[in-house]
Design a protein around this ligand. Structure first.
Ligand SMILES: C[S@@+](CC[C@H](N)C(=O)[O-])C[C@H]1O[C@@H](n2cnc3c(N)ncnc32)[C@H](O)[C@@H]1O
Length: 335
C-alpha cells in the first residue's frame, strides 16, 4: 500500500498504541487507561481510521492478490467451524487428549463427559471495531469495543467490565452498552489485534483471564497478533504466551503464521491442572508469566510528549517501512 492516505491512517493507529505504551511507562497505567477511554475525539479518530483501513485498503489488497486464505477473519471462522462442527469436531479429539494427560496426573481420574451442544457458535469479538463476523450466519456474534465504528457493535471496556453469575449479558439497550457479562457463556472469544492496543503486559493478562471466565469449559480463545517477520522469528515470545496462558488454564491447540499475522487457538481446559502440567514439563529458563509484545522493548518516543488531545505523529522513512510491514498487507474481509 503506497497510498498516502492509507499510510497516514496506519500512522495514526500506530501513534495511538505507541503513546499509550509510552504514557504507561511514566505514569500509573490504570490512570492512563481511564484517561484514554474518556478521550472521545481520539477514540473516534482511531475508529474511523481503523474502519477505513480495514474496508478500503486491506481487503482491496487482498482482492488484488487473491490471498483469501490469508484473511484473519476467515481464519477465525474456519478454525471455529473445524473445532465445533465438521465430520469429527476437533473439540472431541482435544477432549480425549486432555483426558489422557489428566489420567497421567491422577490415575483414579474418571469423568462423565457430555456431548458439547453447539448450534450457532456463540462468539464474542472483543475490540471488534467494525463487526466483521456479522456476515457469517452460523455465528451468533456479540461485538464490543471502546470505540464502535458500526451501529451493531456494543460499547464495552473489556478491561473493566464485570463478570457475574447471570444468564445473559446485562445491557443498556438505548445507549448500546454492555455492563455485565455472564460467566461460562461463550463458545469462542476473538482477540484480533486487541492485545497490542493494551499498553502493559498486566492488562493483557487481565483480558485473557476474563476471557477464561467468560468461556464455557472447552470453549476457545482465538488470538491474532501482528507479525510481519519470517516464520519462527517470534517463536520464543509466542512460546512464552503459551506458557502464560497455560498457567491461566488454556491449552494452545493451533498456531499458524499468515503473511502479516500470527494466529492462535487456545482451548479452555476442563481441568486447569492440564495447563500446569504442560508448564512443568515445557518450562524453559527464559519463560515468565508475562504477555510481552515486541514493541514493549522499544525506546520511549518523543511523539508521546505532546499534549493530551492531538495526535502529533512525526513519521520517519523507517517508520514508513515499519508501518508498511506491520499494517499495509494485512488482509481483511469486508464487513
Ligand atoms: C487494532 S484494532 C482491531 C480491530 C479489529 N478487531 C480488527 O481485527 O480489525 C483494536 C481495537 O480494539 C479496541 N479495544 C482496545 N481496548 C479495548 C478494550 N479494553 N475493550 C474493548 N475494546 C478495546 C480498539 O478500540 C480497537 O477498535
Amino acid at each position: 500500500m503506497d497510498d498516502p492516505e492509507g499510510l497516514e491512517l496506519s500512522g495514526l493507529i500506530k501513534s495511538v498504541h505507541q503513546r499509550l505504551r509510552d504514557s504507561a511507562k511514566s505514569s500509573d497505567p490504570e490512570v492512563v487507561w481511564k484517561q484514554h477511554v474518556r478521550d472521545g475525539e481520539l477514540l473516534k479518530n482511531y475508529a474511523d481510521a481503523m474502519h477505513k483501513l480495514a474496508t478500503r485498503y486491506w481487503d482491496r489488497t487482498m482482492e488484488v492478490s487473491c490471498k483469501r486464505s490469508n484473511s484473519r477473519i476467515e481464519w477465525v471462522v474456519e478454525s471455529c467451524r473445524n473445532y465445533f462442527h465438521g465430520a469429527t469436531p476437533l473439540l472431541y479429539l482435544f477432549r480425549e487428549k486432555e483426558d489422557k494427560v489428566k489420567k497421567a496426573i491422577d490415575a483414579n481420574h474418571h469423568h462423565e463427559y457430555q456431548p458439547y451442544p453447539v448450534g450457532q457458535i456463540k462468539l464474542l469479538d472483543v475490540g471488534s471495531c467494525y463487526d466483521p463476523f456479522v456476515a457469517f450466519p452460523d455465528f451468533d456474534v456479540t461485538a464490543i469495543d471502546i470505540a464502535p465504528a458500526q451501529a451493531s457493535v456494543w460499547y464495552c471496556d473489556f478491561l473493566e467490565v464485570e463478570v457475574r453469575r447471570i444468564a445473559e449479558p446485562l445491557k443498556s439497550v438505548e445507549q448500546r452498552v454492555i455492563e455485565v457479562f455472564p460467566g461460562e457463556h461463550y463458545d469462542a472469544i476473538v482477540f484480533s489485534l486487541l492485545l497490542e492496543y493494551l499498553p502493559t503486559p498486566d492488562q493483557r493478562i487481565r483480558c485473557c483471564r476474563k476471557a477464561y471466565d467468560l468461556l464455557k469449559p472447552e470453549g476457545i480463545l482465538l488470538i491474532i497478533t501482528p507479525d510481519s517477520r519470517h516464520q519462527g522469528a517470534n517463536a520464543k515470545l509466542m512460546k512464552n504466551w503459551r506458557y502464560t496462558l497455560a498457567l491461566i488454564g488454556f491449552s494452545r491447540i493451533k498456531i499458524e503464521k499468515l503473511e502479516h499475522v500470527t494466529c492462535m487457538v487456545f482451548r479452555r481446559s476442563i481441568f486447569p491442572e492440564v495447563g500446569i502440567r504442560w508448564c512443568e514439563i515445557h518450562r524453559e529458563a527464559y519463560m515468565q508469566p508475562v504477555l510481552n509484545i515486541p514493541q514493549d522493548f522499544n525506546e520511549t518516543t518523543p511523539a508521546s510528549n505532546n499534549d493530551g488531545g492531538k495526535i502529533d505523529f512525526v513519521r520517519t522513512d523507517e517508520d514508513d517501512g515499519e508501518i508498511r510491514n506491520a499494517f499495509a498487507g494485512l488482509p481483511f474481509v469486508d464487513s
